[in-house]
Design a protein around this ligand. Structure first.
Ligand code: ASP
Length: 368
C-alpha cells in the first residue's frame, strides 16, 4: 500500500466518511451499469473550460465549445465511468443568473432520483462557480456526488487546464467516498466543499482556495483522497446541519444586494437598495464586518423597515462574529459567520423564501 493508501486508512478511523443526511444516496457501487462503471451525467453551462482563443493574443471568448468537444478531449474518462451529457447553457459565468440556477437545480434533482444516475458533473465558468455550487449545496437533497468544475485557460490554449480538471471531476463524481459530502468543486487537483471554496486569483491555474477550512481532499493519479469531513457548525464540535431549501415551486428568488465597505463609505448604495425594494442586503464590511457610521445608520434604518441585513466581511478569511464591535441584537442584524458576502447573499435569498425574521435567519447562518 502506498503513501495515500496508508494515510487514508489512518484518517478514516478518526473521521466519519459522511456527515450529510444520506437517505437518497446510491453509490457508484450499488447502481453500477453492466460495464461495472458508475453512470455520470455532465451538465454543461459554459465558462473558460469551454472557451476558445481566437487570435494570437490572450483574448478569448468563454462558452464557445459544446460539451461533446470537451469530453472528446479526455477519452480516458470513459474508462472511469459511463458518461452522458447535455448542454444546459453556454455562457461566461459572469452572466449566470437565478433563472439558470433554478433550471439547473430542477434538472439536477430530477436526474438524481434516477437509479441509473450515480453522480453529476457541472462544467461552469470560474467567476461565479462558488455561488452556483453553494446554491446547489443548499437545494439538492440527494447525497449522490455533485461536482462543479471549471478551468482558467481556454480549451484551445497552450497548457489548458480544463481536460485535467474534467478528468478529476469524473474521478470525484465516480467515487463512493464523495457521496453525502454536499456539492463539491474539483479544481487543479483539489476537492473543495461548496460552502467555503472561493476564487482567490483572477488568472492563476491555482485559482481556488477554501480560506477557513482548507480543501476536503485531493485527486491524485485518478483517485480521490479525502482528508476530513465537512464540519461547519458554529461551535465546530459536531457535524454540519444541512436543512435543504425546497425551490421546486419557484421561478425566481428574493432580491438581495451586496454593499461593499471601505473608508468613508457613503450610505447611497444602501438607500438605493431600500428604494428599489430589495428584501435583503448583505454588507461586505471592513474587518469583523464593521461599518462606517453612515452605512451603519442606513442599514439600521433598513432593518427597522423589515429588510433583512446580514453583516459579512470583505476580509478573505475568518468569521464575521455576532456582537463584537457592533450590537447586532440592537440593530436587528444577522452575522454571516464564515460565509463570504457572495455566499451570504445566496443563503439570504433562500432564507427569505422561508422567513424575514432576523433571529430565524441567524439560526440558518449558524447552521448552513
Ligand atoms: N469569465 C469566465 C467565466 O466565469 C472565467 C472562467 O471560466 O475562468 O465564465
Amino acid at each position: 500500500m502506498g503513501y495515500f493508501g496508508r494515510l487514508k486508512q489512518a484518517v478514516s478511523g478518526f473521521f466519519p466518511a459522511h456527515t450529510r443526511e444520506d437517505k437518497n444516496t446510491k453509490t457508484a457501487e450499488n447502481t453500477a451499469s453492466p460495464r461495472g462503471l458508475p453512470n455520470i451525467h455532465i451538465l454543461a453551462t459554459g465558462g473558460t473550460i469551454a472557451g476558445r482563443q481566437t487570435g494570437a493574443g490572450p483574448h478569448y471568448q468563454a462558452g464557445e465549445q459544446g460539451i461533446e468537444a470537451l469530453i472528446g478531449a479526455v477519452p480516458t474518462m470513459r474508462g472511469l465511468a459511463n458518461i452522458s451529457s447535455e448542454q444546459v447553457t453556454n455562457i461566461g459565468s459572469q452572466d449566470m443568473d437565478e433563472k439558470t440556477w433554478l433550471k439547473l437545480v430542477h434538472r439536477v434533482n430530477e436526474l438524481l432520483t434516477r437509479a441509473d444516475v450515480d453522480g453529476i458533473i457541472i462544467t461552469h465558468g470560474t467567476d461565479t462557480l462558488e455561488e452556483t455550487a453553494y446554491f446547489l449545496d443548499l437545494t439538492v437533497p440527494s447525497g449522490k456526488p455533485v461536482v462543479l468544475v471549471g478551468a482558467m485557460r481556454p480549451a484551445n490554449a497552450v497548457g489548458a487546464d480544463g481536460p485535467a480538471n474534467l478528468f478529476d471531476a469524473v474521478v470525484v463524481a465516480s467515487s463512493p467516498d464523495s457521496a453525502a459530502r454536499g456539492v463539491l468543486v474539483a479544481m487543479n487537483g483539489n476537492v473543495f466543499e461548496a460552502r467555503d471554496v472561493t476564487k482567490v486569483s483572477t488568472t492563476a491555474v491555482q485559482a481556488f482556495a477554501a480560506p477557513n477550512f482548507g480543501p476536503l481532499g485531493q485527486v491524485h493519479d485518478g483517485r480521490v483522497f479525502y482528508w476530513r469531513s465537512s464540519d461547519h457548525r458554529a461551535d465546530h464540535t459536531s457535524a454540519r446541519q444541512h436543512p435543504e431549501f425546497d425551490v421546486s415551486g419557484l421561478d425566481m428568488l428574493p432580491a438581495v444586494g451586496i454593499v461593499y465597505g471601505h473608508a468613508n463609505a457613503p450610505a447611497l448604495p444602501v438607500t438605493a437598495l431600500v428604494e428599489a425594494q430589495y428584501r435583503g442586503i448583505v454588507s461586505a464590511g471592513v474587518g469583523n464586518g464593521n461599518l462606517y457610521h453612515e452605512v451603519l445608520a442606513a442599514l439600521a434604518d433598513a432593518a427597522s423597515r423589515g429588510i433583512a441585513v446580514v453583516r459579512s466581511s470583505r476580509v478573505a478569511a475568518g468569521p464575521t462574529m455576532r456582537g463584537i464591535e457592533l450590537d447586532d441584537a440592537r440593530y436587528g442584524f444577522v452575522a454571516a459567520g464564515t460565509l463570504n458576502p457572495q455566499k451570504a447573499r445566496v443563503l439570504l435569498q433562500l432564507a427569505l423564501t422561508r422567513t424575514q425574521e432576523p433571529g430565524e435567519i441567524q439560526k440558518m447562518f449558524d447552521y448552513c
